[in-house]
Design a protein around this ligand. Structure first.
Ligand SMILES: Nc1nc2c(ncn2[C@@H]2O[C@H](COP(=O)(O)OP(=O)(O)OP(=O)(O)O)[C@@H](O)[C@H]2O)c(=O)[nH]1
Ligand SMILES: [Mg+2]
Ligand SMILES: [Zn+2]
Length: 337
C-alpha cells in the first residue's frame, strides 16, 4: 500500500528515520546508505564532492579545487545506490580525451533525500513566497523529515518586496518551532546578508515549490547565473526551470539549488507516535498529558492542546500537525497491504 500511495503522490518517498545513515536502505524506493566507511578506503583514489549528476556522468569538485567529469561505475547499480549531489566522492581521474575518469565510490551519508535528491545537507532552507501561494503543509512535512534526520531548518520568505506581511505571519506561526524565519528578496537584495550569515559553515539546500525564487536568490547570493523562469511560463509549460539538484561552492558557501515540487510524502512507514518528535514546540510538554503516550491530537487533557488554547503554540501549526498525523496513521494502518 505504501507503494501505491507513493505512486499516487507522483513520486518518491522522502527520507529516512533515525539513525540517519543506517536507515537509508529501507523503503520501497531505495535510497541507499552510501558507501563504505572512509576508514576502510585506503588507496590512491582522489577525493572530492559530487556537484551534480546528469545521466551516468557526474561532475565532481576535487579537494585540489579542480572539477572533473566522471562516469559512474556500474557497481553502483548493483548496490542499488544512486550517487547524489553532496555525496563525498572517491574517484580516478581520466587520462585525457581517450580515457574516461571514474566515480568509484561514495562516503557514508549523514543525511539523504530522494526528493530533492541531495545528500549530506546540514541546513535545509525551506523557501516560501507570497506567490505561488504558500503550501505550508508541504513546508511542515519537509521540516519534519529534516528533524528526523537531525538536519537544521530555516524558513526563507522570499519576494518580500511584493509582500512583507507573509514573513510577519510566519514568524508568529513558527515562534516556538526552533526555526528562524528570514524575509528576503532575490530581486532587491533585502535580507540577503542575513541568509549568508546563516549559511556559513553549513551544507545548505534550498527547497520549495517551483517558482518561489530559489535560483533567483542564489544568483543574488553567489553571483551565479542559474536559469530562472517566469511563473506564468512555468504553469503553461507545467515544468520546473531548475531540473537537477546541483551543489554550488562559491566564496566558502556550499549550497544546493534544487527543482521545485508540490507533492511530497513521508517515505518511511513511520509509527504515528514518532511524528510529534519532529515538533520542537511539543518537547517541553512531553509527559504532561493525561494519556501516555499521547498523540497530541484529540485526547482529553492534552498539554499540547492546552498550549494551543493558551497561545503558546500557534493553532495553524497544530492543525497542520494533525493533518500530517492523519496521513502517517493511514500509511501505518495499511503497512501490511
Ligand atoms: N518580485 C520578485 N520576484 C522574484 C523574486 N525572486 C524570484 N522572483 C521571480 O519569480 C520567478 C521564479 O523564480 P525562480 O528563481 O526561477 O524560481 P525557482 O524557485 O528557482 O523555480 P524552480 O527552479 O522551477 O523550482 C521569476 O520570474 C523571478 O523573477 C523576488 O525576490 N521578488
Ligand atoms: Mg530554480
Ligand atoms: Zn498530548
Amino acid at each position: 500500500m505504501l507503494w501505491r500511495s507513493q505512486r499516487r503522490a507522483g513520486g518518491s518517498p522522502g527520507p529516512i528515520a533515525k539513525p540517519p545513515a543506517r536507515a537509508l536502505g529501507r523503503g520501497t524506493h531505495k535510497i541507499s546508505e552510501g558507501g563504505r566507511p572512509t576508514s576502510e578506503i585506503n588507496d590512491t583514489r582522489l577525493h572530492g564532492v559530487i556537484l551534480r549528476g546528469v545521466g551516468s556522468f557526474y561532475t565532481i569538485l576535487g579537494d585540489d579545487g579542480a572539477t572533473y567529469t566522471l562516469r559512474c561505475k556500474k557497481n553502483f547499480r548493483h548496490r542499488r545506490l544512486t550517487p547524489l549531489a553532496g555525496d563525498e566522492a572517491f574517484f580516478v581521474p581520466g587520462g585525457g580525451e581517450e580515457e574516461d575518469g571514474w566515480l568509484e565510490d561514495i562516503g557514508p551519508r549523514r543525511s539523504g533525500f530522494i526528493r530533492p535528491p541531495v545528500a549530506n545537507v546540514s541546513l535545509m532552507l525551506i523557501v516560501v513566497a507570497p506567490e505561488p501561494e504558500p503550501d505550508l503543509v508541504l513546508a511542515d512535512r519537509m521540516m519534519a523529515m529534516c528533524r528526523m534526520q537531525e538536519i537544521r531548518v530555516a524558513l526563507l520568505v522570499t519576494k518580500c518586496d511584493l509582500d512583507a506581511s507573509l514573513a510577519e505571519r510566519l514568524r508568529e506561526e513558527y515562534a516556538s518551532a526552533d526555526c528562524p524565519v528570514l524575509a528576503v528578496s532575490g530581486q532587491t537584495g533585502e535580507g540577503v546578508e542575513a541568509v549568508r550569515a546563516l549559511m556559513r559553515g553549513e551544507v545548505c539546500c534550498l527547497t520549495g515549490q517551483s517558482g518561489v525564487g530559489k535560483s533567483t536568490l542564489l544568483n543574488r547570493l553567489l553571483g551565479t547565473e542559474l536559469e530562472t523562469g517566469e511563473i506564468s511560463r512555468k504553469i503553461s509549460r507545467g515544468k520546473n526551470t531548475t531540473r537537477k539538484a546541483e551543489l554550488l561552492c562559491v566564496d566558502g558557501l556550499r549550497v544546493m539549488d534544487t527543482a521545485g515540487f508540490s507533492l511530497l510524502e513521508f517515505g518511511e512507514v513511520m509509527d504515528p507516535v514518532k511524528l510529534k518528535e519532529a515538533y520542537p514546540e511539543f518537547a517541553p510538554l512531553e509527559g504532561k498529558c493525561r494519556f501516555q503516550p499521547c498523540y497530541h491530537d484529540a485526547e482529553p487533557d492534552c498539554a499540547v492542546r492546552a498550549a494551543v488554547r493558551d497561545g503558546e503554540i500557534h493553532p495553524k501549526r497544530w492543525a497542520r500537525y494533525r493533518a500530517l498525523l492523519g496521513e502517517v496513521r493511514e500509511t501505518w494502518r495499511n503497512r501490511y497491504d
